[in-house]
Design a protein around this ligand. Structure first.
Ligand code: NAP
Length: 315
């Protein structure tokens, strides 16, 4: 059957822990379920080294392995994965329509589903510098675990003051000749104990400083820093810049169709129901107090459960 002719019971946009848990619960409940994933399963989880806080793995588990297991678990019960991104969504009608962005699917009428779980997750926040986009993958990185090995024996700057920046600095300190941690305040947002551990690992802190320019020739050569005092400017030479200043939810696709908070998170309660019937928001896209793999997975389970309830009420 052609893809556009079929109407799925449940379509998930985003193959992270929320998405694959929704697909697992839906498939086990006998619903036809498809996950749209534009790159590789796992989302942010797949770019994480060892995960120690997902229950059931007493010695930790590698992020990409957990991602593969979540996908395989859902597919064991009949859920499908379609490697495509959603280019546009029409969430109000029944069935709902998702236009796919892959060349292979160009021109197709898209994918139809009676319920949709929005589980697109979040992306790294950018510094917002004009040269940043062009240097991404050429000296600027948003994932230490993914790209750290390219900077073995080199000097790098990590930007940020949260747990991600601390994790990244610690990871890179094991590979690099020198790691500077540049933060716009005089203390980390991450737990104070981490500062001591980082100092012991040889990380040098650069406090009260903002990156105002990434200097480069063919490759990155340094960063220009502005201090708290007017005129307090300096250049810090480095080979790479790891940006770890938080994440922003990937919800632009849903703008105008669903309410969001000022950070761009979708508004839905613990049932994950959005104001649009049959549309659910699960994982990091949802406004919630704790964003973890385990809370994303919990959202996915709730989304599939309440999608099933919605489908039963349709008949
Ligand atoms: P985060 O906790 O929101 O920290 C972001 C950091 O970036 C803050 O220090 C912030 O500075 C800084 N920042 C934000 N925008 C900036 C900008 N434009 N320029 C310069 N600096 C900027 O983000 P996160 O570290 O990615 O962590 C996200 C969540 O995941 C947190 O709840 C965290 O605890 C959790 N997490 C936990 C672990 C772990 O347990 N090992 C690991 C990773 C993440 P200010 O301090 O000035 O706001």
């Amino acid at each position: 059957m052609a893809e556009e002719a079929m109407v799925y019971d449940l379509a998930v946009i985003g193959g992270g822990p929320a998405g694959y848990t929704a697909a697992l619960y839906a498939a086990r409940a006998g619903l036809s379920a498809v996950v749209l994933e534009k790159t590789a399963p796992g989302g942010q989880m797949a770019a994480t080294g060892i995960i120690d806080n997902y229950p059931g793995f007493d010695e930790g588990v590698e992020g990409f392995l957990l991602a593969q297991k979540m996908q395989a678990g859902a597919e064991r019960f009949g859920a499908k994965t379609l490697y495509a991104g959603a280019a546009a969504v029409e969430l109000a009608p029944n069935p709902k329509r998702i236009t796919l962005d892959t060349p292979a699917n160009a021109g197709s009428a898209g994918l139809l589903a009676r319920t949709v779980v929005l589980a697109t997750g979040a992306s790294p926040r950018r510094l917002g510098l004009p040269e940043e986009a062009a240097l991404a993958g050429r000296g600027v990185s948003y994932c230490a675990v993914c790209d750290g090995m390219f900077y073995r024996g080199k000097t790098v700057v990590v930007v940020g003051g949260g747990n991600t920046a601390a994790d990244d600095a610690e990871y890179l300190a094991r590979l690099c000749k020198k790691v500077f941690l540049v933060h716009r305040r005089s203390a980390l947002r991450a737990a104070p104990a981490r500062q001591k551990a980082l100092e012991t690992a040889g990380v040098e802190f650069v406090w009260n400083s903002r990156v105002t320019e990434i200097l480069h020739e063919a490759a990155v050569t340094g960063v220009r820093l502005a201090g708290a005092e007017p005129g307090a400017e300096r250049v810090l030479p480095c080979d790479g810049v790891f940006v770890a200043i938080g994440r922003v939810p990937d919800t632009a696709l849903f703008a105008g169709q669903l309410p969001m908070d000022e950070a761009g998170c979708l508004l839905a309660d613990e049932t994950t129901r959005t104001p649009l019937p049959g549309v659910f928001a699960a994982g990091d896209v949802r406004q919630k107090p704790l964003r973890q793999i385990v809370t994303a997975a919990a959202d996915g389970a709730a989304a599939a459960y309440f999608a099933g309830e919605y489908l039963r009420a349709l008949h």
